[in-house]
Design a protein around this ligand. Structure first.
Ligand SMILES: Nc1nc2c(ncn2[C@@H]2O[C@H](COP(=O)(O)OP(=O)(O)OP(=O)(O)O)[C@@H](O)[C@H]2O)c(=O)[nH]1
Ligand SMILES: [Mg+2]
Length: 398
């Protein structure tokens, strides 16, 4: 076995020299930086155990050096990459690496937690009034992003009561309520939303109220839910009880004919099936409704007892679709009204009606900002959302 020394200004040219002179089967014994460039020592001929031992760094003796046709050292891979084969498991699947990834993940979340803690404390020291306002908004269930945005314009020099009134006024200005649009003007109204939020109950309440005010022959209901067992029946039974016409269709495509049949009705309520926000049929159905020749106004039904992230998913699912507004249900079941108001403010959805109970037609009110704010504040007083430091620090990091 013969040792040969190569010298070049950089690693690339040194390897190029080795490759040109000795081809891919050369054994690289060592490579190191020396004055003015890189030195590579190579071996040719039959392997010499003693020589290999001398040039193998401690801790890697069982693996290196090797011919370039086997698992290559870093530099050798550049010489003959196409001939490299290895049966060793990929390094990413090795147990130790997986364990390291887990530990890095844990350190990362610990760091994030600490950073959000620092951020909150730094914020509290710098802007104590804004921090106090944010804490109260958190107790009302207001989503962190909206809360931070609301307090950001408050002047630190103000007294707390005046600053709080300013925050409420800013929030109120961002919330739009519609003035009883369905019961005042009728029309073709579709109610959409996630499963079980109270669409059919709301449609029944609106129909019954309209019938009480203007006569049952002025209103009709259409059930479009052919998926859920008994869905058509639920509305039909209600219709029979209160003397309101109820028709069923197998899908929204059949609506134009049915709406034409009901042309003498002032108010036609279309009860849609419930959809999971991720179901593409949700958007498809709403898009079809938007394209019907007869104008159909669609309202999104949101349950106030749902948490903010679930509400956010629903409003994002209908983003960009033509909605007339939304209705908030199950206020009686909600622990706080903050999440629902945060979601509708973020989505700029006007609120038309609220419901707070199962009674048809009693538990229904036209939405007003005064009513919603009064509810939100009284819920916050009786059932404040926990706003201990740990909770608010986490919210502050989001
Ligand atoms: N507590 C309370 N329950 C309500 C309210 N509105 C509806 N519910 C109840 O919620 C349940 C589901 O109501 P539905 O009207 O069938 O809901 P849906 O959205 O039509 O459901 P799917 O058609 O299955 O998607 C029923 O038990 C209703 O009585 C409300 O404001 N408060
Ligand atoms: Mg229903």
């Amino acid at each position: 076995m013969k040792v040969k020394r190569y010298f070049a200004a950089n690693m690339r040219s040194a390897l190029e020299q080795v490759r040109q002179e000795q081809g891919p089967d050369v054994v690289i014994l060592s490579n190191r930086k020396v004055d003015g460039g890189i030195e590579i020592l190579t071996a040719i001929g039959e392997p010499d155990a003693e020589l290999i031992e001398r040039f193998t760094p401690r801790g890697t003796r069982e693996r290196a050096p090797q011919p370039l046709t086997e698992a290559p050292p870093m530099a050798a891979a550049a010489v003959a990459p196409a001939t490299v084969t290895t049966t060793e498991p990929l390094w990413t699947s090795q147990e130790t690496v997986i364990q390291m990834q887990r530990e890095i993940g844990a350190i990362k979340s610990l760091l994030e937690q600490q950073l959000s803690g620092f951020a909150w404390h730094e914020f509290s020291n710098r802007s104590p009034l804004q921090a106090r306002l944010l804490r109260v908004l958190t107790q009302l269930g207001i989503a962190p992003a909206l809360g931070r945005n609301l307090v950001s314009t408050v002047d630190e020099q103000r007294e707390f009561p005046a600053a709080w009134r300013q925050v409420l006024a800013t929030m109120q200005a961002r919330l739009t309520c519609l003035d009883d649009p369905i019961l005042r003007f009728g029309g073709h109204i579709a109610l959409c939303g996630a499963t079980g939020v109270g669409k059919t109950t709301l449609a029944s309440k609106l129909a019954a109220r309209y019938a009480l005010a203007r006569g049952s022959n002025k209103v009709a209901l259409i059930s479009t839910d052919d998926q859920r067992l008994g869905a058509h029946q639920q509305l039909r039974t209600f219709g029979r009880l209160v003397g309101i016409t109820v028709l069923s269709v197998r899908g929204v495509d059949e609506l134009p004919d049915t709406l034409a049949e009901l042309r003498d009705r002032e108010l036609v309520l279309i009860d849609l099936p419930g959809f999971a926000p991720s179901d593409p049929a949700f958007r498809r159905t709403l898009a079809t409704l938007g394209g019907l020749p007869s104008r159909v106004q669609t309202y999104l039904t949101l349950s106030a007892s749902t948490d903010f992230h679930a509400l956010e998913r629903v409003v994002q699912a209908v983003d960009g679709l033509p909605l007339a507004g939304c209705c908030l249900t199950k206020l009686d079941e909600a622990a706080s009204l903050g999440p629902a108001l945060s979601a509708v403010i973020a989505a700029r959805l006007p609120v038309a009606y609220v419901t707070a109970g199962q009674q048809v037609p009693d538990d229904l009110d036209a939405a007003t900002t005064a009513l919603l704010f009064e509810q939100m504040l009284s819920m916050g007083k009786t059932r404040p959302v926990p706003a201990e430091s740990a909770f608010i620090e986490q919210a502050f990091a989001l």
